[in-house]
Design a protein around this ligand. Structure first.
Ligand code: TRP
Length: 463
């Protein structure tokens, strides 16, 4: 075992770190706006089904692989199949996906840090909605500023990961996660006192079938469930590899999935009532948290205090997720290349920092932004810039395919005895074993393939 491998200090520490990975921009920034775009209630139901039937069994599978092999994805798949097995492609996909996802994730995290600053200095006070909207547009288009925040966020992420599992990732998860839950609670209590609460609640849980599109909304729900639960690219294989061999993974997975889903729903329950109270439209895409919410806060009593709290929440959530993405790439070099943790973190973190620069520039007019957009309009349905393209491919395609691969690997390739024993280690829920295997073997592959085939238009060929 490489000297620089670590181990979690306690089960609680692990749960906080895994929940920290799962709870991120995906829950607080992305889930509410995707739910808004896809019409609320119906989308939420489809999303919950994706979490329970696809996400949860895959989370158990990822943690099982990591804990069994005590290695990050490439080595883990090798040690559980054969040297040079084609399944190792799954491991490589993880490392590539970690680089790609963190490169654009960090840019959005940078926006939230910028907004912590803006709201602390009271930049939204006495501004019209148009002026607040213009502030986001200005940030989005300002490549230099985006690059600066991206670098700062990556430096923070690197600083935590370089300190190792227990003294870096676990320690910071123990500090940031309770803070995150506290902030969430304060904001929720506030949202519940607003006039728009019933309307917001009704929007999230009511049926608005008109905005729900079977093809694209289902793909969005599936992609979102993978992204939100940190699945499909070995992040939880890696985190699982720092668990003791006798630690159970079944109830841990149930806890992490439940917390992640709860935070997503609570974030929506915070945002929508506040927006409705201010008379704003919920269908606001990317700008929901960065435009509509500041507008709402600028008009509400207490908004000057709540706005910085919200963006701090977003920043903390982003940071505990980013460290898990960086850890996947770092652990590969520690395990497979025998690099020291310091070298592995600095090289991968530095690489991601550079790779993220095009995403930071994507809101501007250059070749990664508008130029790319117009050039490829026909391919990326409506013109996506560099950032959009990376986000679309990684979330909607790489993660589901990675998750599909993991489900097939565990249910078809890993031997029955090892799998059964592994599932039943350290848990009282061993009776769920049969159901878990059926989900991995049939429900996950068929479900994921149907959604993906549908998305490339296989079922609408005759239209
Ligand atoms: N789950 C995080 C979020 O919701 C993002 C994230 C962290 C992630 N690690 C991941 C996504 C691994 C996919 C894979 O914001």
């Amino acid at each position: 075992m490489a000297a620089d491998r670590g181990q979690w200090g306690s089960r609680l520490g692990f749960i906080l770190a895994a929940t920290g990975s799962a709870v991120g921009l995906g829950n607080i920034w992305r889930f509410p706006y995707i739910t808004g775009e896809n019409g609320g209630g119906v989308f939420v139901v489809v999303y919950l089904a994706c979490v329970a039937l696809v996400g949860l069994p895959i989370m158990m599978a990822e943690l099982f692989i990591g804990r069994t092999a005590q290695l990050s994805p490439v080595g883990a798949v090798r040690s559980m199949s054969a040297p040079r097995s084609p399944w190792m492609g799954l491991g490589w996909l993880s490392v590539v996906a970690a680089f790609i996802i963190l490169s654009f994730y960090s840019v959005v995290a940078g926006w939230s840090m910028h907004y912590v600053g803006l709201s602390i200095v009271g930049a939204f006070k006495d501004k019209t909605p148009d002026e607040i909207g213009a502030m986001f547009d200005a940030l989005y288009a300002n490549g230099g500023l985006n690059v600066l925040w991206h670098i700062l966020f990556m430096v923070l992420t690197i600083a935590i990961v370089v300190s190792g599992i227990r003294k870096g990732i676990e320690l910071w998860s123990r500090i940031l996660m309770p803070a995150l839950f506290g902030l969430l609670l304060v904001l929720l209590i506030y949202a519940m006192t607003t006039d728009g609460f019933t309307k917001g609640f009704e929007y999230i849980f009511g049926f608005h079938a008109d905005k729900f599109d079977l093809t694209s909304s289902t793909l969005d729900a599936l992609g979102q469930s993978f992204f939100s639960l940190s699945l499909g690219m070995g992040a939880l294989v890696t985190y699982g590899s720092y668990l003791r061999r006798d630690e159970g993974v079944v109830s841990i997975s149930i806890i992490v999935c439940s917390l992640d889903t709860a935070v997503a729903l609570l974030a929506a329950l915070i945002l929508f009532p506040i927006l409705f109270t201010a008379g704003l439209d919920p269908d606001q895409s990317v700008g929901l948290a960065f435009i509509s919410l500041p507008i709402a806060f600028s008009q509400m009593p207490g908004g000057a205090v709540l706005a910085p709290l919200f963006f701090l929440l977003l920043t903390f959530a982003a940071l505990t997720s980013a460290i898990s993405l960086l850890e996947v790439a770092t652990a590969y070099f520690i395990d497979e290349r025998r690099w020291s943790r310091a070298k592995a973190t600095l090289v991968t973190g530095g690489g991601i920092l550079i790779l993220g620069i095009p995403s930071a520039l994507a809101g501007g007019p250059g070749i990664f932004g508008d130029k790319l957009k117009t050039g490829t309009e026909s391919i990326w349905d409506g013109g996506k810039n560099w950032f959009d393209v990376l986000e679309y491919f990684s979330n909607n395609w790489m993660l589901p395919l990675g998750g599909l691969g993991i489900a097939m690997f565990v249910s078809w390739r890993v031997g029955n005895a090892a799998r059964e024993q592994g599932f039943k280690t350290g848990t009282k829920l061993g009776a769920m074993y049969w159901g878990w295997v059926q989900l991995l073997r049939y429900v996950v592959p068929i479900g994921v393939l149907l959604v993906l085939l549908n998305a490339i238009g296989v079922f609408s060929a005759g239209e």
